[in-house]
Every structure is written in structure tokens, then in C-alpha cells.
Write a new protein. Structure first.
Length: 158
């Protein structure tokens, strides 16, 4: 019985059994880890543990963890190189980008209103309007099954 079905049909006992089974399975999976001893207090191997398989599995896990560390170091190095290249490109092309940005700002119409407050959950808030936005164009709003607001033209955002 699924959890939702058990609750809906009132089978709380079945739900409790399912929860207990899941907790038991979780405990089985978490039993014994990488550092748990494979022998009891007297030094004898646990009867329910295949020591050879556990050693082999632990060895494999350690190898994979080491491989993962090496791979992550390579990824980190590659990211540093990538960001260094991007920084160089940005420094090289920044004057052009600033000039282009200034030209774009000059081509926008002058704002005729500013936003002082936006009520959370309001249509303005849902559409992305924020305090200190400047309104440069007002498009008609239409009502269908759900309201449609054309606020993507605000502040020159696209």
C-alpha cells in the first residue's frame, strides 16, 4: 500500500508497517561504514560479514575517492584558467562594451515614472517590477482567463 493510499483509506496500521520497513531498510544500508571494525571485541571476524568482500569494497571506494579528488582538482584548475581567459577578454574589450552600453542607454526613451513600492504577490510583483525601476513605456493590459501584463518593457529589461 502506498503512503498516500494508506492515509486516504484509513489504513494507519499498514502505513505504520511501511514506515517501520523503510526505517529497517535504512538501518541495514547504513550499518557498517568505511571505518567500522570487521572483528568483534575479542578479535574474531563478525559472523555476518564477508571480510574479504568488505576489504575489496573499501579498497575500491578509496580508489574511487582518490580518483574523484584528482578529477576535481583538474576541474578546479580548468575553471581558474577559463576565468583568467575571460578576465583577459573582458579587460581587452571593456572599453568597447562601455561605449556600446552608453549608446544603448542614450537610445532608450526618458522614464516618465518611477516605482516607489511593490506589494508582494501583486501583479506588478509577479511580473518582476521592483522598487526603483523606471517606467519608460506603458503597454495595455488585457484580461483573459488569467491576467496578462506586459511588464517586460519596464526599465528596458528584456
Amino acid at each position: 500500500i502506498g503512503v498516500e493510499n494508506a492515509v486516504q483509506s484509513g489504513h494507519i496500521g499498514a502505513l505504520w508497517d511501511k514506515v517501520q520497513q523503510l526505517v529497517h531498510r535504512k538501518d541495514e544500508l547504513e550499518r557498517g561504514g568505511m571505518n567500522e571494525p570487521l572483528v568483534d571485541a575479542e578479535g574474531y571476524p563478525h559472523a555476518d560479514v564477508d571480510v574479504y568482500q568488505v576489504h575489496a569494497a573499501r579498497d575500491k571506494i578509496i580508489c574511487l575517492q582518490n580518483d574523484h579528488k584528482v578529477l576535481m582538482l583538474q576541474v578546479e584548475k580548468a575553471l581558474h584558467q577559463l576565468h583568467a581567459r575571460e578576465k583577459e577578454k573582458q579587460a581587452k574589450y571593456e572599453p568597447e562594451a562601455q561605449t556600446e552600453a552608453m549608446n544603448q542607454n542614450q537610445s532608450l526613451p526618458q522614464p516618465f515614472a518611477g516605482v516607489n513600492a511593490v506589494t508582494p504577490g501583486s501583479p506588478a510583483s509577479i511580473s518582476g517590477l521592483q522598487v526603483d525601476d523606471e517606467i519608460i513605456e506603458w503597454l495595455a493590459a488585457a484580461w483573459t482567463e488569467a491576467p496578462i501584463f506586459a511588464c517586460d518593457q519596464l526599465s528596458g529589461r528584456r
